[in-house]
Design a protein around this ligand. Structure first.
Ligand code: EPU
Length: 459
């Protein structure tokens, strides 16, 4: 069992590059099911979720070369249509294979995904989309069997109680590429990861317009070919690095920062007093180089998570940590996943002053956080705890870091190269209180896993 031990209080400085996006890469990998020609993806991040998706694709008859960086996929056995519960349970994003499989193989049998750590995660909109395209759906022993001898274009409204659905839009868009006739997705998700997928599908021969807006129009084609494509940088990882710089009063240069799709985040940074400066104004805004510094006195603010281009739910937890250091009361309202607050209790263990009222948390900032043993409980909550540990006084230990590894590749190595002091340890951690000082110290009989260091230019 691995855990992180963070010695807090170090200022971060230096230079870091953002990896390829997990949430863009997952549907791009699944899109390999839409053709029998090779798909080559570059900039695929080395993450557990990617590994899981590649295993799933292998089970579905796809030959895979490479695990991260450059990955080539070729669908060779189109008789495989079953996605097992064990896989769907470990990764909800397995639902990504539904649209591509149905489009090309005419059938998909997918275990019904359950909820996740932060609440119910329905797929009714995905299924509504498939039905509108002519699929019939039945449920047997927890498996959904979705069949369509010939998909037909349709007008589909994908709005739900909390806006559109990102993976639902990706699924319907993929299915519609090979449907007969024209499909209009109304109330489509505008997230940049949907745009990235549309760009690759177009390279494969699909006819799609409007991706990135609330109306996407797809004209079905007979077949799709192979393509080579580079995954966009991860906007959530970029935002997490920027918060790391801000909470440590640091000075960090971040390359491959997709500023173009982070305007709501930049807006909140500016409001709080964190300066995100694009170094070369003529650079491609999806691959910008920015410098992040912060003013001495951070200001409180209000944040409401929303579908893109609003503030992303996937950065809510990290900003809660940041706002613990702002002087005054901030208000965070979660509008996508009302229960996505697993980090609140753990941050409170570190001395954060947080009060939750349903989907809203009031952050009374300005008190110094203190290191403590805490537990990761979902991907973004884990990231917020790492950030809190960086800025806290003393030692923080974070257990269950397998959640963190789902979306951040060796986050501790990247942060150490910027001056943090984080160790990845294995075994049982023993927490001791140092008599008299009140400070907590972690004594471990465990093995230390050396964190590979990156070579970074100092900024
Ligand atoms: N929803 C429905 N019905 C559906 C689908 C969704 O009511 O059929 C609701 C959800 O309950 C939620 C809202 O619609 O309230 C949005 O959910 P969405 O379907 O857009 O989420 P998703 O596509 O399953 C992706 C990301 C999430 C990210 C959300 C929102 C991937 C693999 N996952 O999930 O990422 O939070 O979009 O932006 O792309 C993460 O990376 O930590 C993560 C959870």
């Amino acid at each position: 069992m691995e855990y992180l031990r963070i010695q807090g209080g170090r200022r971060l400085a230096g230079r870091v590059r953002v990896d390829g996006s997990k949430n863009a890469a997952l549907p791009l990998l699944a899109a390999a099911l839409l053709t029998d020609q090779p798909i080559t993806l570059h900039n695929v991040p080395a993450l557990t979720d990617i590994k899981n998706m590649l295993s799933l694709l292998r089970e579905l008859g796809v030959e895979v070369i490479g695990e991260s960086g450059t990955v080539t996929l070729r669908s060779v056995d189109e008789n495989q249509v079953h996605t097992r519960y064990e896989i769907v349970r470990s990764m909800r994003a397995s639902i990504n294979v539904l649209g591509p499989m149905l489009a090309r193989r005419r059938r998909a049998v997918i275990a019904m995904p359950g909820g996740c750590a932060f609440g119910e995660r329905p797929i009714d909109l995905h299924l509504r989309g498939m039905q509108a395209l002519g699929a019939s759906i039945s449920l047997e022993s927890g498996d959904m069997s979705v069949t369509a001898p010939q998909l037909k274009g349709a007008t589909i409204f994908l709005g739900g109680p909390n806006g559109s659905t990102v993976l639902g839009t990706a699924n319907v868009m993929c299915a519609a590429t090979l449907a007969k006739g024209t499909t209009i997705i109304e109330c489509a998700a505008c997230e940049p990861e949907v745009v990235d997928l549309a760009h690759m599908l177009i390279k494969m021969g699909a006819k799609i317009r409007g991706a990135g807006s609330a109306r996407i129009v797809i004209e079905g084609v007979e077949s799709l070919g192979g393509a080579e494509y580079t995954v966009m940088p991860d906007r959530i990882v970029a935002g997490t690095y920027a918060v790391a710089a801000a909470v440590t009063n640091g000075d960090v240069i971040i390359d491959d920062f997709p500023i173009d799709c982070m305007l709501a985040v930049i807006d909140r940074f500016q409001h709080i007093g964190v300066i995100v400066e694009q170094l070369d104004p003529y650079q491609d805004t999806m691959h910008a180089t920015v410098r992040v510094t912060s003013t001495r006195l951070l200001k409180p603010t209000q944040i409401t998570t929303q579908p893109h281009p609003g503030f992303p739910t996937d950065l809510q937890a990290q900003f809660m940590t940041l706002l613990c250091f702002a002087h005054g009361n901030s208000v965070i309202t979660e509008k996508i996943y009302a229960e996505r607050f697993l980090h609140v209790a753990e941050l409170t263990r570190m001395g954060a002053n947080l009060q939750r009222f349903g989907p809203t948390v009031v952050v009374s900032g300005g008190t110094q956080l203190k290191g403590a043993p805490v537990m990761a409980s979902d991907l973004r909550a884990s990231a917020s705890l790492v950030l809190a540990g960086l800025a806290a006084e003393g030692v923080t230990t974070i257990s269950q870091i397998e959640y963190l590894d789902r979306g951040y590749h060796r986050l501790e190595s990247t942060l150490n190269a910027l001056g943090a002091s984080i160790e990845r340890l294995t075994g049982e951690a023993i927490v001791e209180t140092v008599a008299g000082s009140g400070a907590q110290m972690l004594e471990s009989k465990s093995a230390r896993t050396p964190s590979p260091t990156l070579s970074l230019a100092r900024g």
